[in-house]
Design a protein around this ligand. Structure first.
Ligand SMILES: *Cc1c(COP(=O)(O)O)cnc(C)c1O
Length: 392
């Protein structure tokens, strides 16, 4: 079968059928595998062949199907699935780095990514320089000959700044550094990260890939050399493997990923346009709005603008809380990419740990609400938001 289109790959790629020729993917919910002989066990430990498994911490048929499907989608040679998005981020970084190395990272990061870069890596002798990701001059000044890794979120959380991936990658590669991107907000559907030069592309599968808020998971995409030579040995011995059950949920999530993400992005665009200009909102932030500072860049480096927007309520925290408490359709939570629309107050939840001056520097104001747009009717979501704004 020729699988050229993304949707075809998302439905079929990587499926492993048993002797029963089942239609839906089987769940191989097993930690281990039986060898036909002692000699076969010895041979497999020496070198496992294609689709030969040893132990689920190393690999499993259901997990391998998920890895193959996501690599085909992302356009990388291979992928390794992990227990969560953070296992993917920390595994990608720690497998590449050692004491004495230098990392340059954008400052606007998901809280746990910031923890890994700021608190964990420094304990093991890795120096990290933080830059304003939207300022190429800062990247240029910070990347040095001993820089081993450049890390960034292509679209930042929660303020949706878009980083010029091609330019940063060119600077990094000129210095011999590898580029690791956390691509959650771009989603694998809209991502062009591989063709723009990113070496390692990381997703939290907990978000759009599951898409229904059930399981934790993550995945690291890259060259076969990196995935099997550098990452896999590290991951399989440190224990961040994805459960086969969760891999099965994620495989089913992938089947509808393209349809869901495009529908959610279309609603996000409609909501952003409907709310733009509302006097109660200091800012409506969505890369799909022509007024977004990196609108043109977002258009050039992604196939869509994403499923998340941010609203900045001019009247501050109390107004933001009244707004959240008045929502009837949209739920208050902190996941994103879910079929259900979710509103988050970053300053008091996901980014609570940040000192106030850093929150301000990152645009995480007391009135900022992050809105992950789900699969409900866009008109219902706009009505819910307008009614809640009337309550502030
Ligand atoms: C959620 C998220 C993560 C972490 O993923 P988990 O699956 O929760 O571990 C990392 N980076 C970004 C940008 C995220 O949104």
């Amino acid at each position: 079968m020729t699988q050229t289109g993304k949707r075809t790959k998302l439905v079929h790629h990587g499926a492993r059928r048993s002797q029963y020729a089942e239609v839906a993917e089987a769940i191989y919910l097993t930690q281990g595998f039986v060898y036909p002989s002692a000699e076969a066990a010895e041979a497999r430990f020496l070198e496992a062949g294609a689709d030969e498994f040893i132990y689920a911490r190393y690999g499993n048929p259901t997990v391998a199907a998920f890895e193959d499907r996501i690599a085909a989608l992302e356009g990388t040679e291979d992928a390794f699935a992990t227990a969560s998005g953070m296992a993917a981020v920390s595994g990608a970084l720690t497998s590449l780095l050692r004491a004495g190395d230098h990392v340059v990272s954008s400052r606007a990061l998901f809280g746990s990514c910031l923890y890994v870069l700021e608190e964990v890596l420094s304990r093991y002798g890795v120096a990290v320089s933080f830059v304003d990701g939207t300022d190429l001059a800062q990247w240029r000044a910070a990347i040095r000959p001993d820089t081993k890794v450049v890390f960034l979120e292509t679209v930042s959380n929660p303020t949706l700044e878009v980083i010029d991936l091609k330019s940063v990658t060119d600077l990094a590669h000129a210095a011999g550094a590898l580029v690791v991107v956390d691509n959650v907000f771009a989603t694998p559907v809209f991502s062009r990260a591989a063709s723009l030069g990113a070496d390692v592309i990381v997703y939290s599968a907990t978000k759009h890939i599951d898409g229904q808020g059930r399981c934790l998971g993550g995945v690291v995409c890259g060259t076969r050399d990196f995935i099997r030579g550098t990452l896999e040995p590290y991951m399989k011995h440190t224990g961040g493997a994805l459960s086969p059950f969760n891999a099965w949920v994620m495989l089913n999530g992938l089947t509808t990923l393209d349809l869901r993400v495009r529908a959610q992005a279309a609603s996000a665009q409609a909501i952003a346009e409907a709310l733009q200009g509302d006097a109660r909102l200091a800012r409506v932030i969505y890369p799909g709005l022509p007024g977004h500072p990196q609108h043109k860049l977002a258009q050039a480096q992604m196939d869509g603008f994403g499923t998340v927007l941010a609203l900045d309520l001019a009247a501050g925290k109390e107004a933001a809380f009244r707004f959240l408490n008045a929502l009837k359709v949209i739920v208050i939570s902190n996941n994103l990419g879910d079929a259900r629309s979710i509103a988050t107050h970053p300053a008091t939840t996901t980014h609570q740990r940040l000192p106030d001056d850093q929150k301000i520097a990152l645009g995480i104001t007391p009135g900022l609400i992050r809105l992950s747009v789900g699969l409900e009717d866009a008109a219902d979501l706009v009505a819910d938001i307008r009614a809640a704004l009337d309550m502030i």
